[in-house]
Design a protein. Structure first.
Lengths: 242, 200, 270
């Protein structure tokens, strides 16, 4: 039970040695796959996710096409080997819901009207799950979309804050997610300071809610600069095409 | 050379510049909408963001594309655009070739000059959906056709097509790049199928 | 004019009209921005269920039925009862609802209601344990959205809560390994009253308890489930728009305020 696990010490040090406002180690790479329009790989702690973008391409079935804009489709999926116990590959209700909220977190950033009647597919495959998969998936998806050349208002950057041992902390790992008191993933377009995903499971007071939103911005700022580094690394040798 | 910019990067303010290309304005700030480079023309107050990364693989007006006829009706032909510039579209983009866009010459019926499974080279005239194609011009039209009777690949003999198998004769709006020539010849330009072509 | 907001192509037109109205400080049904529609709650409407409730929010109708069965606990929580929540959008409720497997909207709504109840720890599941590791009460809460005139989530969440608060399960006697169900009944041990309140953002306006046409043109909907103590136990942003940072606390304040009003209605159920 949660009472028996000490997730955070009196001095604010967490099980994995992090401070309350510290992200897990993060690695991101853009352009990791050859046969898609855009791709990215992210590791955040033990969470490992591969994202591919396909499209814009013709919408199938055709009746789903919209005359004024592209459709964004997202598929958040966990590999059967991504969890301690094998996960059935059939999409769970959780995956259906997450696919929807992730799509709604990315959509505001995209100029979908540039490609009417087409569909843009974003495939988020969780290869190893250790909490924070939806937010890491969003962070990686937005740089894969940028690589694909799809016009965007901003990148979308996401991370969770939570409440662990009575404290509001940044970027929960699996133990903290499981035994903690709350998990609140948030996605933002950092330059525009707009929130595109907001969810909470758990119990927070009004003050903790406010604290959480402030703390999340610190994490988002750091992840945003890592996203930019990854994109620059991918395109540093790029030639100008006029 | 100017520095690489990323989506969301502030590149200027509206008081100073008029944005062009992949730029949008939000609360008076001009921001990049793609991975690209910034060109500033201070004398004209123009700021342009040019895409430097990948370009989405979607045909645009003026592109030369390869397609397969999926349906031919008297007034129009339906073409699946399958390729352009070495790129393959999966799934293909559906396009229409209206009778008025087939040729500079008068055409009685579209299905007399095109039939299902014809491979065509065409120019994109409009991308306001659906895509509209044109095969006006000598280089555009069918580059490979099959016999309506027996399905064999037809060979071109000046203006007509002949089936080497059953001897049937047929007509098409032929491209000058038709691949199989009568008497065993293969057009040189036929080898350029799928190669980097740009409309001049 | 006819409500064409359900047709995607008409949404921009409909949104423009609604925004023009909102800019004058009025909603199309005459409500204030922070005004909830009239909420009616009826309980114990189905005798065969352990608990049931019908909730009307204006013309939106949801019913919830609670069934309790003895079953096995989950291996990782051998001493706790099990809660299962499901929400079905009946084809009766809207021409846009079809029978068959739930689509992503139905799945999402169902999970919002589920999370509100579960994450608040509203049910003291330890008291639902009958034989540790072997027999516990499994509480099924099945919700039907019957008429969709906007804000099904709140109607469903309130119906589920009202049904749980008034449900009766048999008392049991344990004889060795055997469990005997007695004639007498008791309530489900509820320690919180989590009330979901949905706020829609249309342009820059925040409106509470969106009607169907408001919901259809809204950029964003946010559902926050709050408890008596002011704790928020679940949040869901839904829809492809964005929120400004201050919106989060504004929505919280609206949700808590309206949650209190609804909780006072529930208190009258006894």
């Amino acid at each position: 039970m949660s009472e028996s696990v000490v997730l955070i010490t009196q001095d604010g040090v967490r099980l994995d040695g992090r401070r309350i406002d510290e992200l897990r180690p993060v690695k991101m790479q853009v352009g990791v796959l050859k046969n898609c329009s855009g791709s990215a790989y992210i590791e955040q702690g033990k969470t490992k996710i591969l994202v591919a973008v396909q499209g814009p391409r013709e919408a199938h079935p055709k009746h789903i096409a919209l005359p004024g804009r592209a459709i964004l489709r997202t598929r958040y999926h966990m590999a059967p080997f991504s969890t301690d116990e094998r996960k059935s590959p059939a999409p769970s209700r959780r995956e259906v819901e997450l696919s929807k909220v992730i799509r709604e977190a990315l959509e505001p950033a995209l100029f979908l009207e540039e490609y009417p009647k087409t569909v843009i597919d974003v495939f988020i495959e969780v290869l190893q799950a250790d909490a924070g998969t939806r937010s890491a998936g969003i962070t990686a998806a937005s740089i894969a979309l940028a690589e694909a050349g799809i016009p965007m208002r901003d990148l979308v950057t996401a991370v969770a804050v939570g409440k662990v041992g009575g404290k509001v902390v940044l970027d929960l790992n699996e133990a903290e997610d499981e035994h903690g008191e709350a998990d609140m993933p948030i996605a933002m377009m950092p330059s525009l300071n707009k929130i595109t995903l907001l969810q909470l499971n758990g119990r927070l007071t009004r003050q903790e809610l406010e604290e959480g939103v402030n703390l999340v911005k610190k994490g988002i700022k750091e992840l945003y600069s890592l996203q930019k580094q990854a994109l620059r690394a991918r395109f540093s040798g790029a030639q100008v095409e006029v | 050379m100017s520095e690489i910019v990323l989506p969301g990067d502030a590149v200027g303010v509206v008081e100073e510049y008029l944005g062009e290309g992949f730029v949008y304005e939000h609360n008076g700030v001009l921001r990049a909408a793609t991975v690209g480079f910034v060109h500033r023309d201070t004398s004209k107050h123009l700021l342009k963001v040019v895409r430097s990364g990948r370009t989405p693989n979607v045909p645009t007006k003026g592109d030369v594309v390869y397609g397969v006829v999926s349906d031919a009706k008297p007034k129009m032909v339906v073409v699946d655009i399958v390729s352009m510039d070495k790129k393959v579209f999966q799934p293909p983009f559906t396009a229409l070739l209206p009778i008025s866009m087939i040729s500079t010459e008068r055409v009685e019926s579209a299905d007399s000059l095109y039939t299902e499974s014809d491979i065509v080279i065409a120019k994109v005239e409009s991308t306001s959906s659906p895509f509209i194609l044109s095969t006006k011009g000598s280089e555009f039209g069918v580059i490979l056709a099959r016999c309506r009777n027996c399905g064999s690949m037809l060979e071109s003999d000046t203006k007509i097509l002949i089936c080497p198998n059953c001897g049937a004769k047929d007509r098409r709006k032929l491209s000058s790049n038709y691949i199989l020539k009568r008497h065993g010849g293969v057009s040189k330009s036929g080898e350029s199928f799928g190669n980097n072509r740009k409309d001049s | 004019m006819a409500d064409l907001s359900t047709v995607e192509e008409f949404v921009p037109i409909q949104q423009k009209e609604l925004l023009a109205l909102l800019s004058t400080g009025v909603r199309e049904d005459g409500r204030k921005f922070d005004e909830y529609r009239k909420v009616e709650i009826q309980t114990s409407i189905y005798e065969k269920a352990n608990g049931s409730a019908m909730v009307k929010i204006g013309n939106t109708v949801a019913v919830a039925g609670v069934k309790a069965e003895l079953g096995e606990p989950f291996p990782d929580t051998p001493n706790e009862g099990v809660l299962t929540v499901s929400l079905e959008l009946l084809p009766h409720a809207s021409p846009s609802f079809e029978p068959g497997p739930p689509d992503e909207n139905a799945v999402e709504m169902s999970r919002i209601v589920d999370r509100g109840l579960r994450e608040s720890k509203a049910i003291k599941t330890s008291e639902l344990c009958v034989l540790p590791g072997k027999k516990v009460w499994v509480i099924y809460v099945d919700i039907y959205a019957m008429d969709h005139d906007g804000n099904i989530v709140d109607a469903s969440g309130i119906a589920a809560l009202a049904a749980l608060l008034t449900a009766k399960i048999p008392e049991v006697k344990v004889e060795g390994e055997d469990v005997v169900l007695l004639e007498s009944t008791k309530g489900i041990p509820m320690v919180e009253r989590p009330v979901p309140v949905t706020v829609a953002k249309i342009g820059d306006y925040l409106v509470v308890d969106p009607s169907l046409s408001e919901e259809n043109v809204a950029d964003v909907r946010v559902t926050m489930t709050t408890l008596e103590s002011g704790i928020v136990s679940s949040i869901q942003k839904s829809g492809s728009g964005t929120l400004e940072e201050p919106d989060v606390l504004k929505i919280y304040d609206l949700a808590y305020e309206k949650g209190k009003e609804i909780r006072s209605l529930l208190a009258k159920l006894g």
